[in-house]
Design a binder for this molecule. Structure first.
Ligand SMILES: N[C@@H](CCC(=O)N[C@@H](CS)C(=O)NCC(=O)O)C(=O)O
Length: 288
């Protein structure tokens, strides 16, 4: 029993080292790619994204050598995430802002992951067994399935602290009323009620905040609070544009720039939902 536990601990440590190496390679590669895009010289490439120094896999092989992982070894490095499946295109990521928050965290931390698509309109048995509430996202960490994007992103921060994404507690709830006021306005059937004004007032305060403290919630670098808020702003823009013919006023220029900057970030483009899925996803709320 002790022996199995020791072997498991050893495997877990080796896996962590390999993931750490993968993170280094991907962040190095991303940096080189953006240098290339900016016309700067670049000579480094990591084929398939998973060539890692053997020194980080097995200390005794010495440093300076590189090891290309087999497909199987590479897939063993990947964290598993249950995500909402698209309702319009088979085998594609769907429209859950909480799932995107988790995927953004994985992307920004350069962690390898594999998505398991879950049809939420017909939840499979295996999914209900690991998700008591029947909700996505779920992430498998150290052989345990974790639920809830708050819990998952905190666990990722603890286990993989680099690059740090923590938002200081006094800034962590900035913009947090926007999502609920957006939903109230989207659902409203009375054009003269106060829901549109309530949303506008939240967006205006956030715009003022960004003017004084931006460009991101924590200043110069993106952090967890942005990764939580941005997918919700993305849903707001698409759903209100479609169902209410409404858009963020141009006068809120800091907010508009914030959305433009994050929505065009590589991590966001890679993890965003299709417009059709966002529109279909909100339809029942609009119709109810
Ligand atoms: N508080 C949860 C919310 C997750 C959530 O509401 N997920 C929705 C999809 S966006 C879901 O799985 N719904 C399943 C259902 O409604 O049956 C989190 O932050 O992860």
């Amino acid at each position: 029993m002790m022996m199995i536990k020791a072997q498991k601990g050893e495997r877990e440590r080796e896996r962590d080292k390999a993931v750490e190496a993968f993170q280094i390679c991907r962040s190095h590669n991303n940096r080189r790619q953006s240098e290339r895009e900016r016309g700067m010289s670049a000579t480094f490439t990591v084929s398939a994204g998973v060539r890692i120094p053997t020194s980080l896999l097995r200390q005794r092989r010495g440093s300076g050598r590189w090891h290309r992982l087999s497909t199987r070894a590479a897939s063993e490095l990947e964290l598993e995430v249950c995500v909402k499946a698209s309702t319009t295109v088979p085998d594609r990521l769907g429209d859950c802002p909480f799932t995107q928050r988790v995927l953004l965290t994985l992307e920004e931390k350069h962690l390898p992951y594999q998505m398991k698509f879950v049809d939420l309109s017909n939840k499979p048995h295996w999914f209900l067994q690991i998700s008591p509430q029947g909700k996505v996202p779920l992430l498998k960490l150290e052989e345990k399935w974790l639920a809830d994007s708050d819990v998952i992103t905190q666990a990722l921060e603890q286990k993989y602290p680099q690059p740090p994404l923590t938002t200081p507690p006094h800034k962590a709830s900035v913009g947090s009323n926007i999502f609920s006021t957006f939903i109230a306005f989207l659902k409203s059937k009375d054009p003269s009620d106060a829901t549109q004004q309530a949303l506008l007032s939240e967006l205006t305060s956030f715009n003022e905040y960004l003017k004084d403290n931006g460009p991101f919630i924590n200043g110069d670098t993106i952090s967890a609070a942005d990764l939580s808020l941005a997918p919700k702003l993305y849903h707001m823009e698409i759903a209100l544009g479609h169902y209410k013919n409404w858009s963020v006023p141009e006068s809120l220029s800091y907010l508009n720039n914030y959305m433009k900057t994050i929505f065009s970030r590589e991590s966001f483009v890679k993890t965003r939902a299709l417009h059709e899925d966002v529109i279909a996803g909100w339809r029942p709320k609009v119709m109810s």
